[in-house]
Write a protein that binds this ligand. Sequence first.
Ligand code: HEM
Length: 481
Amino acid sequence: MSESPRLTTASGIPVADNQNSISAGPRGPLLLQDFHLIEKLQHFNRERIPERVVHAKGSGAYGTFTVTHDIGRYTKAGLFSAVGKKTDTFVRFSTVGGERGSADTERDPRGFAIKFYTEEGNWDLVGNNTPMFFIKDPIKFPDFVHTQKRCPQSNLKSGAMKWDFWSRAPESLHQVTMLFSDRGTPDGYRHMDGFGSHTYSLINAAGERVWVKWHLKTQQGIKNLMADEAERLMGADPDYSQRDLFDAINRGDYPRWNVMIQVMTEDEAESWSRRTGWNPFDLTKVWPHKDFPRIPVGVLELNRNPDNYHAEVEQAAFSPSNIVPGMGYSPDKMLQGRLFAYHDAQLYRVGTNHQYLPVNAARCPVHHHQRDGAMSHANFGPATNYANVVAQGTAPYGLGHGEPPLSVGLAARYDARANEDDYTQAGDLFRLLPEAEKERLADNIAAAMAGVADDIIQRQLAHFAKADPDYARRVSARLKA
Ligand code: HEM
């Protein structure tokens, strides 16, 4: 018979009795000297860390990214340097608006965050299962998220808050249309696509830049839940997507996605923008596949469940600012806002040294002069803790890793919506849906508008009508029914 390990305190001291507190007499009050009891209660009181302000409910898994096609003409990033090259990854899927214990099958976008542990540092592609987003300026993000969370007075979710916001922000219509289509309730995390959503850039060895959008196409095929089934599962199995992913990996049925890019040269960005009137850095828009076909890059496979949810999934920290040499950002205002938001959130949520936790730690040498702070367990030992321009081994690689200069405009607060077309792509998406799905879209929207004031509904119907009169007609008919 195998002996179970001997119980100790966190300091390794053997514990004599883990079932009976030290009391003054068999029925008496407890003694302060029972430090095992006190330490046990104290640690328990501190078990939770703040949940993510968005994307609080999630599931994670480790995997591998394998290059299948050479994209060396676009990027010098080492992880793409040879066909067949493998890079370890960690992925966290999530819902957005609910709390840590909320149901997995809520109508909501799904997060699809990938950490690539490359030899040149960690690249985090922190995307969603949708190629567009509700807003195009980060200054609106806290307001938008508040409408998706709870009413400050009733502590209830509020259709009125959501539709009030969306109806006054018509740039949201494209994403709203996707949210209320069948894709708003994916059947677990394995049967949905992923998107980097923003425009990023890639830089090749000659220092040339192209704009790029990242796509992940599920090899499992798209599968969505019908609204009534999603609703039933919220009660019957609120952890449906967690269970589906965990069980699939446990039985060796590893989910895979084809990783692809859309590429736009700087000249094409100019000409496409002139031709369509659309801004290639506008997150509420997509780049049509017919103009910018998807180019295959590799395969992402998830093949190992974490051993400990808190250590590896809850404490995982992704940031869109984490890119590697051979990549760059773009002028996308939303991306620019996100470059700041994530590390800042993690300093608060996980702590000053969150980047050294095993799930977050780079798997390549790390040299810098940041030191100390809470939980600094290695702290670079005796290494020098100050920068010197001629310091050996820590000299910067060179400005921007060879990124070419980017011309930018005059600093001002521009109205991001002025003269923008919020309707064509939303209408295109509506027209693309099969007849039965158009009907379900209208059903889902009408159901979500229950109890919402008429002026808000009328304002939103006007947006549907501008996207496609048939869209507004169907929703109106459902509302009347
Ligand atoms: C999580 C901010 C837009 C995808 C988060 C977190 C913050 C945040 C603060 C929590 C981070 C943490 O505690 O670790 C913002 C801001 C946005 C924005 C300010 C807009 C300006 C987006 C967009 C996407 C996205 C457009 C997708 C394209 C995600 C994902 C997570 C997340 C997937 C969860 C990452 C994980 O699994 O840990 N966001 N977000 N966010 N966000 Fe955003």
